[in-house]
Design a protein around this ligand. Structure first.
Ligand SMILES: Cc1ncc(COP(=O)(O)O)c(C=O)c1O
Length: 314
């Protein structure tokens, strides 16, 4: 079941009213940019926490600038709108939030300039992106889009055809997920996730110049690994065959959260089981996003106003 409301053309409206024409530029040419944000239900506190919305909205506005769009909103404005939208829905479960900024003119003509833009936000309850506890992946025959073709660091709707080609190839061949390489053959990322390997106790992840989305989960995990586990991360090129030599591996992103990878191209990663560092990071991540770690509470924006202490129920 999807949410009952959307933010559309500047106001929160019933979801049935948030519709666009078949003539919309973004529908015809893929000229939209989007985000995926999660909000986590914390049962003990009866609270819904949005995870790092300001960082997501900063990235949305940066992606929008890439497509020559500008909006009168700040990341704080968009966070407030999201809080209001979620309050209206009244969710008491984990939620996915989907903001999209798009070229809204109903015209023929491939371009970015002289077009008006709109921004919409809709939400839906959401569980796992990959159903299995640990993923079996393949290296895709599709290459990651190049920065000089369509920049992967912008979350552009049309660019996700590249991800969809890789994901479907993997799933139709019996794998859970695809890993895509750059044109020069280095590891970039998963179809919609960043990737880390662990070799000799060190986390290694491709640099932001290797055709990846500059993931917020990636940044979060680098910080958590450093601060809480004392494990450094090296950002460097990763060769394809290092995937076969890795002790541990995982995919991370807002959608996938943190999913261990236990085989690549039918070769076991390490001993073929979830590795100890991956497991510790996984557990820590889920405590942090649910607002259970005081040190990182600042990343979690509460949706509901807490009842005053001693308020009568009922
Ligand atoms: C291609 C791609 N890489 C990486 C990520 C992970 O980014 P984040 O952690 O900011 O959600 C995503 C998901 O949004 C993605 O679509």
């Amino acid at each position: 079941m999807s949410g009952r409301y959307a933010f559309f053309k500047g106001r929160i409206v019933p979801i049935e009213e948030a519709v666009i024409s078949v003539r919309t530029h973004a529908f015809n040419y893929g000229t939209g940019v989007f985000e995926g944000i999660r909000a986590y239900w914390n049962e003990e506190e009866q609270q819904l926490f949005i995870f790092r919305p300001r960082e997501h909205y900063e990235r949305l506005l940066a992606s929008a600038r890439m497509l020559l769009m500008s909006f009168p909103y700040t990341p704080d404005d968009l966070t407030r709108i999201t809080v209001e939208l979620l309050q209206k829905e009244g969710y008491r479960e984990d939620v996915y939030i989907r903001p999209i900024a798009y070229k809204a003119d109903e015209v023929i003509g491939v371009r970015l300039h002289n077009l008006k833009e709109e921004l919409t936000i809709w939400t839906t309850p959401f569980g796992h992106y990959i159903e299995r506890e640990a993923a079996h992946v393949m290296v895709s025959s599709w290459r990651r889009i190049n920065d000089n073709a369509i920049p992967a660091r912008s979350k552009i709707t049309g660019a996700y055809v590249n991800s969809a080609l890789a994901k479907s190839e993997a799933m139709l061949n019996g794998f859970d997920e695809a890993i895509v390489l750059t044109e020069d053959g280095h590891v970039a990322e998963g179809s919609a996730e960043n990737l880390f390997i662990i070799r000799n106790g060190v986390l290694i992840t491709p640099p932001v110049t290797d055709e990846i989305l500059e993931g917020i989960t990636r940044r979060t995990l680098i910080e958590l690994a450093h601060n809480e586990l004392g494990i450094p991360t090296v950002e460097r090129h990763i060769d394809r065959t290092e995937l076969y030599y890795a002790d541990e591996m995982f995919l991370c992103g807002t959608g996938v959260q943190l999913v261990p990878v236990v085989s690549v191209d039918r070769r076991p990663v390490g001993n073929g089981e979830i590795g100890p560092i991956t497991r510790r990071l996984h557990d820590l991540y889920f405590d942090v996003v649910r607002g259970k770690v005081p040190k990182y509470r600042g990343w979690c924006v509460p949706v509901y106003v807490p009842e005053p202490v001693g308020a009568a129920r009922g």
